[in-house]
Write a protein that binds this ligand. Structure first.
Ligand code: SF4
Length: 466
């Protein structure tokens, strides 16, 4: 029987089995940012340790950077301290830093692939949950905690429990107005937010193969929201084409040799999976979350479910969600008024996301009741979008066009919801208080759906505007 990509990558990076039964796994690429690294560097200093592989370690700033005025020192003292810490730490430990003025700066999960740092067959680690994004390239990528950031800095290794592999096959082709975001929201809706615990998800099937590399990143980005420790897609010609010529990808003959190796790391046709789940991609519709977990979603044509329609174990969190969100069971989600529209985050801030949203926006004006933001995921995306005139389309419609960063995904910067505002958001988490206000409410959806909601002033089916 053949092996899955997960097994091949795991075996290729396994240093030894530890007495605990865990695997000591070598990490090919370590990405760091300003929020989860300061304590790790402090521990390194206290233990008089050096960074084992500075040439496999890259730093960017994203979570706390303001997306409008970027003058230093920042008004937020804690943000300024974090920025100073990453500047000092990367200098002391000789690690490249893509700071706010560097053309390579952006959200960590956007710039890794964009720069060709993320490659098939690799292990990737970063102190951020959505590191699973890098799996879109056939890498096995783990979000890690601060003490593990220290471990990887000091040893370039992680102690990891082996995972089972579930192949999630999305069959058929997606309909008009249905995007990668709708695919992953429906996978999480069906399998649950804890359905992937103990698993890596291998996304496969015609609908996945048909996605662009950017769309594949959206799917893998939210694997973690379904409980999976990692999510990946086997590399193919689209993957190699995307990587060719990128700054840190192999060049010339080395690229051709790399492609041969990358191909060998893809899952064998007769690979064993611990579980297989099939989803009909052709039946999916634009999807919106109605609750306080990414699993609480529905088609834009549906009504908020009644407790009786839910599994017993889902009813408590549903009751919590009705109260927090101010929605009633049986209420259509379409027509829900919004106050803020946010297009951004490591899930959906790439150039193809902005192009799709701009197509919806073009020739329209944003509702006067809505505060709309477009935040490109990297300075490179911002530059490309401006060269294409996308910023003008957004600005003419009434959107604010911002600098690259995490912005309102997490609101560790000045972009925050106020009070009970409702935000149509292309980000990945709709947890209580996620967007900066303890009572703020988030409706997750695709960037095109956010654009449509911004214009209508309420949740609307984007297919009616195409
Ligand atoms: S955009 Fe959001 S999820 Fe992604 S890295 Fe930034 S804060 Fe984390």
């Amino acid at each position: 029987m053949g092996q899955s990509l997960f097994e091949k990558v795991w075996d290729a990076h396994s240093v030894r089995t530890l007495p605990s039964g865990q695997t000591q796994l070598f990490i090919g690429l370590h990405l760091i940012h300003e929020v989860t690294s300061p304590q790790a560097f402090q521990m390194m200093r206290e233990l008089a340790l050096e960074v084992a592989y500075p040439n496999r370690t890259f730093a960017t700033v994203d979570h706390i950077v303001p997306t409008d005025v970027r003058t230093r020192p920042f008004a937020d003292e804690m943000a300024e301290q974090m920025m100073q810490a990453i500047e000092e730490n990367t200098e002391e430990f000789d690690i490249p830093l893509f700071d706010m003025h560097n053309q390579n700066q952006g959200i960590v999960h956007v710039i890794g692939p964009e720069l060709g740092l993320t490659q098939p067959g690799m292990t990737v680690a970063c102190g951020d949950s959505h590191t699973s994004t890098h799996g879109a390239f056939g890498a096995i990528a783990f979000g890690i905690g601060t003490s593990q950031v220290r471990d990887v800095l000091a040893t370039q290794c992680l102690a990891m429990d082996p995972l089972k592999v579930r192949q999630v096959r999305v069959n058929g082709l997606l309909g008009k107005g249905v995007y990668a975001k709708d695919v992953i929201l429906n996978i999480i809706r069906q399998l649950g937010v804890k359905g992937g615990v103990g698993y890596a998800y291998e996304f496969a099937g015609a609908a996945i193969e048909n996605l662009t590399m950017e769309e594949r990143m959206t799917v893998c980005n939210m694997a973690i929201e379904g409980g999976a420790r990692a999510g990946y897609i086997n590399p193919d010609d689209k993957t190699y084409e995307y990587l060719k010529g990128r700054k840190y990808a192999p060049q010339g003959d080395a690229f051709d040799r790399a492609v041969d190796w990358w191909k060998s790391m893809a899952s064998d046709e007769d690979a064993h999976y611990d579980d297989i789940y099939d989803l009909d991609g052709s039946s999916l519709e634009p999807t919106v979350t109605w609750g306080i977990t990414p699993g609480q979603s529905l088609y834009v044509t549906e009504q908020v479910p009644a407790p009786a329609d839910l599994n017993e174990e889902d009813r408590d969190v549903a009751n919590e969600a009705y109260t927090y969100m101010g929605l009633q069971p049986g209420q259509p989600i379409a027509g829900t008024p919004i106050d803020v529209a946010f297009i951004g985050s490591c899930t959906n801030s790439r150039i193809s996301d902005l192009r799709e949203a701009a197509k919806v926006v073009q020739g329209h004006k944003v509702s006067s009741k809505v505060k709309p933001l477009v935040v490109p995921g990297s300075r490179e995306i911002l530059k490309t979008a401006e060269a294409e005139g996308l910023h003008e389309i957004f600005e003419e419609a009434g959107f604010e066009w911002r600098g690259a960063g995490c912005s309102m995904c997490l609101a560790m910067n000045p972009d925050k919801l106020q009070g009970r505002q409702v935000c149509a958001s292309s980000s990945n988490r709709n947890f209580k208080g996620r967007q900066g206000s303890p009572t703020g409410r988030t409706l997750l959806m695709s960037p095109a759906m956010v654009a449509a909601a911004a214009i209508a002033g309420e949740v609307v089916d984007v297919r009616t505007m195409m």
